[in-house]
Design a protein around this ligand. Structure first.
Ligand code: G6P
Length: 609
């Protein structure tokens, strides 16, 4: 969603801002803009559409400056228009904002009464005017920001410059990520480390309620009480290579192909340990995980489907009750809470607002034990959790999640085995067997990637369709859901997934020759049931596209296409079967010519409700 970058230096920062915004594009946005201090005046350029358009406009107008802020906006309050794009101005103050100000209407009325005129429909513009209003009391920009944020409710990451104070930028954070990048004689701010990683790796993550002042010489950070504080400097591990496309056409394609490596990295600690120690989830994990009597998983989107898969593993391997709920639903209902149940949040980004709020809500209901599965170190959700397991997928840029999903599955499988051990359901021999299965996983995923040419042929047939149905059973039902989600996200083909046994309770009515039906049919205990479900489809003229494995004892016939995934022993089969549905979605989208990495209306990190 929205992204922030800012820089103060002894060189032209416009290229830094533009590059930073381009690196933030993956998060999803619909307009962008920069404001710079050129001489003694603020200059601003904003455009709807791609950053490249805004970049051309800035170049045409000869933008060059040593202090500036930039923003990619994903519309919430007010439509996708240039006047709603950030930065917003108020009498020589320019500001960019991520998040949502909840009391913006009340503040707008107050500021209108004070004579301020509004040019946009955004909640952000009130902050610019509010800061300007406080500046009238003769205080400096930092103090004006500190006073202004105390009058705001909601979530914000802010970067502000003023033409009256050309030697500094001030920033604030509450509820939305913001970090400072430290350079030599230059400093930076960003909502996401990828925006500044080519300028510096030395970063300071601001904490809730912090404000900070950046000059060329240094950075001063203040806590929520405006008291100066030291925040730890860290070296970011985000690599430039993970942010570059390399030989691939799209980040999604690159990230699909990175899965053997990403899985290898994620399971490395277990392989090195020769088993599944509880410490994979943090140093206090043993006592916590041994004491829980159930698991409640909370997540959104693809991460939710990882949770649905984990339920099968946790109940089967650990014999603990496990519920999985969409975070945005859980947070608003009077949910059953047992303090002995473990809350597990799953979030690639670690900043999805609904998941974060669901976690807070669970705690407010009395849950004491929380565990986060996350791909972004130091992000908000793991920071708010008692136990953490970081997946090691590396930066995921494509909006449609791929390697983050399969690495989440690997982490959740490890959690299920750890719980199984601690609750006396997994003995040493079984542990060794699960470790062996895990060890072979990256190789099996590599074999599944080799199916790509066959899947391209299927994708060409899918490209002309308006609808698709995905079927799976048991452990593979969540993979059917994930396949349908991938297809609709990036190809815009309407797709639905059902447990195959539900077919005759509704979706069968949709089946005709125009409805491709994808079936995930590995050789497991439910295969015979799935085969009967497939007969039901064939009998209605539906065309079947079946992902069977080497042992499925299943052959192609008229109207029945079969691709054989590699044999993969047992319970990790859902991870392997994820690969072909990802590839099917990718190549179908490619054939339809959509913007694969930045599908319309979607954002990578959903930091608003
Ligand atoms: C957005 C993304 C999805 C992602 C979901 C949850 O909708 O487009 O790819 O699955 O958010 O994100 P999280 O970062 O919490 O896993």
């Amino acid at each position: 969603m929205c992204g922030i970058v800012g820089a103060i230096a002894d060189r032209d920062v416009v290229p830094v801002l533009i590059e930073g915004l381009k690196r933030l594009e993956y998060r999803g946005y619909d307009s962008s803009g920069i404001a710079v201090l050129d001489g003694s005046a603020i200059r601003r350029v904003r455009r709807t559409g791609r950053v490249a358009e805004m970049e051309s406009a800035a170049a045409a107008e000869g933008f060059s400056a040593m202090l500036g802020i930039g923003h990619t906006r994903w519309a919430t309050h007010g439509g996708v228009t240039e006047s709603n794009a950030h930065p917003h101005l108020s009498h020589g103050v320019a500001l960019v904002h991520n998040g949502i100000i909840e009391n913006h209407e009340e503040q707008r009325e107050r500021l209108r009464a004070l004579g301020y005129a509004f040019e946009s429909q955004t909640d952000t513009e009130v902050i610019a005017h509010l800061i300007h209003h406080h500046l009238q009391a003769g205080i400096d920009l930092l103090e004006a920001l500190q006073r202004a944020v105390k009058e705001l409710t909601g979530a914000y990451a802010l970067a502000v410059i003023s033409q009256a104070e050309p030697q500094r930028m001030v920033v604030a954070r509450m509820g939305c990520p913001l970090l400072v990048g430290l350079g030599e004689g230059e400093n930076f701010v960003a909502s996401d480390v990828s925006a500044i990683v080519s300028a510096t790796r030395r970063v300071v993550f601001l904490e809730e309620g912090d404000t900070a002042e950046l000059t060329r010489a240094g950075v001063r950070v203040f806590d929520a009480g405006d008291v100066p504080v030291q925040r730890e400097e860290r070296l970011s591990s985000v690599s430039l290579a993970s942010l570059e496309l390399g030989p691939y056409r799209h980040f999604m394609q690159k990230e699909i192909h990175e899965q053997p490596r990403a899985l290898g990295d994620t399971i490395e600690a277990a392989i090195d340990a020769g088993g599944f120690p509880a410490e994979l989830f943090g140093k206090d994990a043993q006592a916590v995980l041994a004491g829980v009597t159930g698991v409640q998983i909370l997540a959104c989107g693809t991460s939710y489907y990882a949770g649905l898969t984990a339920r099968y593993w946790i109940e089967a391997l650990a014999n603990l009750p496990c519920s999985v709920e969409i975070a945005s639903e859980y947070r608003y209902r009077a949910a059953y809470a047992d303090p002995k149940h473990l809350i597990v949040t799953i979030s690639q980004s670690g900043e999805t607002l609904d998941t974060m709020e669901a976690l807070k809500y669970a705690k407010s209901l009395g849950h004491r034990h929380t565990l986060s599965i996350c791909n972004v170190p130091e992000s908000a959700i793991p920071r708010a959790s008692e136990l953490v397991c970081y997946t090691r997928a590396g930066a995921e840029i494509g909006v449609a999640s791929t390697k983050a999903f399969t690495t989440q599955l690997a982490a959740l499988f490890q959690l299920a085995v750890v719980l199984g051990k601690l609750h006396g359901r997994v003995d040493a021999a079984q542990e060794a067997d699960y470790l062996e299965q895990l060890r072979h996983l990256p190789g099996s995923v590599q074999h599944a990637l080799n199916l790509e040419p066959q899947i391209v042929a299927w994708a060409e047939r899918f490209a002309g369709k308006a609808n698709a149905l995905f079927l799976g059973r048991g452990l593979h039902y969540p993979i059917a859901l994930e396949g349908a989600l991938k297809l609709k996200e990036i190809s815009y083909i309407h797709a639905e997934a059902y447990p195959a046994g539900e077919l005759k309770h509704g979706p069968l009515a949709l089946v005709d020759a125009e409805m491709p039906v994808v079936v995930i049919a590995p050789n497991d205990s439910l295969l015979e049931k799935v085969k009967s479900n497939m007969q039901e489809v064939r009998a209605r003229g539906g065309e079947l596209f079946v992902f069977a494995d080497q042992d499925s004892n299943f052959s192609a016939s008229e109207g029945v296409h079969v691709i054989r995934t590699p044999r993969h022993a047992g319970v990790l089969s859902p991870v392997v079967h994820t690969i072909p549905v990802q590839l099917l979605a990718y190549h179908t989208a490619l054939a339809r010519g959509t913007d694969v990495d930045k599908p319309r209306n979607l954002a990578k990190s959903v930091t608003v409700e």
